[in-house]
Ligand binder design. Structure first.
Ligand SMILES: Nc1ncnc2c1ncn2[C@@H]1O[C@H](COP(=O)(O)OP(=O)(O)OP(=O)(O)O)[C@@H](O)[C@H]1O
Length: 249
């Protein structure tokens, strides 16, 4: 069986309605989505279209009212909160608009923590942290606290944290949403680089430039996918390409 026979992510019939103070918000109204290993998928659409809700469903941060999600073929509807937490610690990396770093932990500790929680030996976690921070241009910032860094630097720390356990899937929700144009260019460049090495990415963004880094762009409107366009074959999808490059060492 080829590697592509089982997609990394397969969602079918996803529905999610939020019940807040006002009228119910039908955020996701029936979404089917398949993401293969190595794809870089951007989800774009107007404010309130339901993009973040979709990403939260894919990350197990919220549960669908209907439909199901398969992760590498596994039926996630059987997962409890603890199992989803393990998935997010090991196989799913998450990046958010406002970084969500632990403010009273150093940069180094923020990046190492998920590795240690996943059972990585301390020495290996340190080595992986050092490798990622160097790659992300954060050499010399290890002992800084997040509040001492610029927004762009904090987002790079968040990216390092999301990648420290070499997740199968990186989910990013408006990762440049609070950055200036330089920070946006930087995030675009880094996502492009990790994708070129085989990282599967699903990105939610308003930013057309960031979206154009993806090889597939999904337009979301009123809780539904209204367009799904493959922009390029992508570096791992070229005819004759064999296997998928992985970040794993
Ligand atoms: N926790 C919640 N409780 C109630 N309503 C919610 C909740 N989260 C989202 N919504 C509503 O669901 C709809 C979709 O929101 P969502 O944040 O998924 O959209 P979005 O496309 O990501 O928007 P934006 O680009 O502005 O972040 C909106 O009407 C929003 O107000």
């Amino acid at each position: 069986m080829s590697e592509d026979a089982v997609p990394l992510l397969h969602a079918e019939g996803l529905v999610k309605t939020h019940h807040g103070q006002g009228a119910p918000a039908h955020a996701v109204r029936g979404v089917d989505l398949t993401v293969r290993r190595g794809e870089f998928v951007a989800v774009t659409g107007p404010s309130g279209a339901g993009k973040s809700t979709l990403l939260h469903l894919l990350a197990g941060l919220q549960r669908p009212d209907a439909g199901h999600i398969r992760l590498d073929g596994a039926r996630t509807e059987e997962y409890d909160e603890a199992r989803w937490a393990v998935e997010r610690r090991t196989r799913i990396g998450l990046v958010f608009q406002f970084f969500n770093l632990v403010s009273d932990l150093s940069v180094a500790d923020n990046v190492e923590l998920p590795a240690l929680l996943a059972g990585t030996p301390a020495r290996r976690a340190r080595a992986r942290r050092a490798e990622l921070l160097a790659e992300l241009g954060l050499d010399g910032k290890e002992r800084n606290m997040p509040g001492e860094l610029s927004g762009g630097e904090q987002q790079r720390v968040a990216l390092a944290r999301a990648l420290v356990n070499q997740p199968d899937l990186l989910l990013a929700d408006e990762p440049a949403g609070s950055l200036d144009s330089r920070g946006t260019r930087e995030v675009t460049r880094l996502l492009t680089r990790f994708h070129a090495r085989g990282q599967t990415i699903v990105l939610v963004t308003h930013d057309a430039r960031l979206a154009s880094a993806a090889d597939r762009v999904i337009s979301f409107f009123d809780g539904r996918i209204v367009d799904d366009a493959v922009l390029s074959a992508g570096p791992l999808r070229a005819p004759g390409a064999s296997g998928v490059l992985r970040l794993r060492d």
